[in-house]
Design a protein around this ligand. Structure first.
Ligand SMILES: C[S@@+](CC[C@H](N)C(=O)[O-])C[C@H]1O[C@@H](n2cnc3c(N)ncnc32)[C@H](O)[C@@H]1O
Length: 219
């Protein structure tokens, strides 16, 4: 990792190398369904912060034409993603070691879409910046960056997300549920425009940013 910030991992059960996340068990079907309706035929998807790797398997099970590459800076997460990937019969590539706070992480990579669930609120804001800068560098115009997770949306913010924000900040002052307006502004500075905002279970959102133009920032 490029900072001293601890990696926050979701709650997990362990079966050999395969890790099982209760939250992924709850949200993987709605995430896979939403992405399956949106991703282009044969899309190459780079997943940032894959955690256990269960979202990758759910998504390629829903859309076997996808070519999915998970990534995570945490070695146990990568081992778990590789172990789950065996069930995908080649549709899920070997998990990459990507820390989006590392300058230039996107060099040599290309994809049609980037997907990142539940990371930007539980990492420093610099991780969100690194995510958008790198995604802006590796996606061509028309490519998509999908974020899944909770967001602050002014008066429309769910009370549970305000409580979650407070608990995150108590754990680490650099963490916190991000304001969607701040993420939109960051996206715009990196050449993205928000084109989708989908309500998901438990007051989460799937936010779709489309790569529109070269951004001011590059990785
Ligand atoms: C709460 S878990 C979410 C995992 C999975 N996406 C999910 O929704 O179940 C947060 C993940 O973010 C990853 N992470 C934290 N900081 C990161 C960084 N700077 N770059 C990439 N991934 C990071 C952690 O290793 C962890 O797997």
């Amino acid at each position: 990792m490029s900072s001293m910030t601890p990696l926050a991992l979701e709650g997990r059960a362990v079966v050999g190398a395969r890790l099982a996340s209760p939250s992924a068990a709850r949200n993987r079907a709605p995430i896979a369904s939403a992405l399956a309706e949106r991703l282009a035929e044969g899309a190459r998807v780079l997943e940032i912060a894959c955690g256990t790797g269960e979202h990758a398997l759910a998504c390629v099970s829903a859309r076997p034409d996808l070519v999915w590459t998970p990534s995570d800076p945490d070695p146990a997460s990568r081992a778990s993603a590789d172990a789950w990937a065996v069930e995908a019969h080649g549709a899920i590539r070997h998990a990459l070691d990507i820390d989006v706070m590392r300058q230039g992480w996107a060099e040599g990579l290309s994809a049609d879409a980037v997907f990142c669930a539940n990371m930007i609120h539980i990492a420093p804001w610099e991780a969100a910046e690194g995510l958008f800068e790198g995604a802006g560098a590796l996606l061509a115009p028309g490519g998509w960056l999908y974020l899944y997770g909770p967001f602050l949306e002014g008066d429309a913010t769910a009370p549970s997300n305000l409580d979650f924000d407070a608990s995150l900040k108590a754990r680490h002052p650099g963490w916190g549920v991000r304001a969607l307006a701040d993420v939109d502004a960051l996206a715009a500075s990196c050449g993205f425009e928000r084109a989708e905002r989908l309500d998901m279970p438990a007051n989460n959102r799937l936010i779709g940013y489309r790569r529109s133009a070269p951004g001011r920032r590059t990785s």
